[in-house]
Design a protein around this ligand. Structure first.
Ligand SMILES: [Zn+2]
Length: 143
């Protein structure tokens, strides 16, 4: 009897493991290849980041991957001195929202940009980063 292989690539994401989300483990495969990807619904065109394997607008599961490329505009940011469980060792860090026009990406500002140098409206890129513990994530960096 063959053992069923479990796709658990999501364990490689972030400081704390995401619960494996069936259908979007390829997100980690793409991160390993250096690209940050979202999904778009082939039926209605809805765009999702983080990626979803089902469209909650039209309930279709026919999704395509797209790369989060180019720059987004910094919409808002906030320095965190108290983090969720599992993130305590990373504090302080800055969370932010980038506006890519058709979609928005929520994430962290790279440590090489000082908080004082952040301004709403500035252009930033979303890039894959490897955390010290070997986990993969993404962060916002200067273009
Ligand atoms: Zn849809």
């Amino acid at each position: 009897m063959a053992e069923k292989e479990v796709d658990d690539r999501f364990k490689r994401f972030g400081t704390v493991s995401f619960t494996a989300i069936t259908g979007i483990n390829d997100f980690i495969g793409y991160l390993e290849g250096g690209t940050v990807m979202g999904t778009t619904c082939k039926a209605c065109g809805a765009i999702y980041f983080p990626p979803r394997s089902d469209c909650f607008r039209c309930l279709n599961s026919n999704m395509a991957w797209f790369e989060v490329s180019g720059t987004g505009r910094l919409l808002s940011f906030s320095e965190l001195n108290y983090g969720p469980v599992g993130f305590e060792d990373d504090l302080p860090y800055t969370i932010a929202l980038l506006d890519y026009g058709e979609y928005r990406v929520f994430g962290r500002i790279s440590r090489d940009i000082h908080y004082e140098n952040l301004n709403v409206g500035m252009e930033l890129r979303t890039e894959v980063t490897a955390l010290p513990n070997g986990q993969l994530s993404y962060a916002f960096k200067r273009p």
